[in-house]
Ligand binder design. Structure first.
Ligand code: NAD
Length: 303
């Protein structure tokens, strides 16, 4: 029986799938030294973001055929070291798309109607029916930066709210946008015309601060900006200045340049709402992240 090592918590259904094909050992919270000891004779390892598979650790593995990352990012795996040893690395990038898209829509509605601020006020014993006047999503323009898996799921849902959708993504085929009724434009134009702006691009040298001082200065006074992608996509200093001076309406953030945020001034503003990187944190996303990679591990171990 092949040995399958699981070093971060994954969904129980995924564990069951793996138990059908191998001896499963679950060992979380390992030190690098303990991990080296356990990975030596493993045929497969299943991780999430907690386990760091450096070259030093990968080099110890004698039988490893597959590294499975339940979830999206594989920045905790030395891909070059794995490739050099012929180890296949698999992940499940689709698993959390709907969850992140739903959080995005939730943020749009929450920011539009000041739901978190009104809840906090109510719980303080206030009955303030004047301060939280909102805006509708209906017939507003939503600008989506990045029309990949998540961006497209957001577009579908925003359409159901009767929004007009514009997008910026230089890499998707024009037909894809056309078929979804999305007008493509450059990022500055998108910032000018949108009432809501949401980011769904990866963080790369090209996309770092894709929303900077210039882009924010082009936005409408009532613009609401949502970021459920990566903190570094927005220049947080420029965003803070704009929100503080009410040059734009509000921001809803799941991600921050530094996580967890330390003394981040954005979190002192009443027109900022947020969550601690919860985009993929749903029962369904965690379950499918685990089961999708477990099935890939089974295929690889079965040759
Ligand atoms: P994806 O790869 O399917 O889509 C990304 C899109 O961005 C692609 O269509 C690509 O063409 C486009 N793009 C790349 N570079 C660009 C650029 N310079 N300018 C404009 N567009 C560009 O990725 P996805 O699954 O939709 O995920 C999007 C991002 O969401 C991820 O990169 C990740 O950072 C983030 N994410 C966050 C959470 C969370 O917990 N909040 C969970 C999953 C993913």
């Amino acid at each position: 029986m092949p040995k399958i090592l699981i070093t971060d918590a994954i969904h129980e259904d995924a564990v069951e799938i793996l138990k059908n094909v191998g001896d499963v050992e679950i060992a979380t919270g390992l030190t690098p030294e303990e991990l080296k000891e356990k990975i030596k004779d493993a045929d497969a390892i299943v991780i999430r973001s907690g386990t760091k598979l450096t070259k030093e650790i990968i080099d110890v593995a004698k039988k490893l055929k597959v590294i499975a990352r339940a979830g999206v990012g594989v920045d905790n795996v030395d891909l070059q070291a794995a490739t050099e040893k012929g180890i296949i690395v698999v992940n499940s990038p689709d698993a959390s798309s709907v969850s992140v898209a739903e959080l995005t829509i939730g943020f749009m509605l929450s920011a539009a109607r000041n739901i978190p601020q009104a809840t906090a006020s109510l719980k303080r014993g206030e009955w303030d029916r004047k301060s939280f006047k909102g805006v509708e999503l209906y017939s507003k323009t939503l600008g989506i930066i990045g029309l990949g898996r998540i961006g497209q799921q957001v577009a579908k849902r925003a359409k159901a709210f009767g929004m007009n959708i514009v997008g910026y993504d230089p890499y998707i085929p024009v037909e894809v946008a056309k078929n979804m009724g999305i007008k493509l434009m450059d990022v500055n134009e998108l910032c000018k015309v949108s009432d809501f702006i949401t980011l769904h691009v990866p963080l790369t040298p090209k996309t770092k601060h894709i929303i900077g001082k210039e882009q924010i200065s082009l936005m409408k006074k009532n613009a609401i900006i949502v970021n459920c992608a990566r903190g570094g996509l927005i220049d947080e200093n420029a965003l803070y200045e704009a929100l503080k001076d009410k040059k734009i309406r509000s921001a809803a953030l799941d991600v921050f340049e530094q996580e967890p945020p330390k003394n981040n001034p954005l979190l002192t503003l009443n027109n900022v709402i947020g969550t601690p990187h919860q985009g993929a944190s749903t029962v369904e996303a965690q379950k499918s992240a685990g089961t999708i990679v477990a099935e890939q591990v089974v295929k690889i171990l079965n040759g």
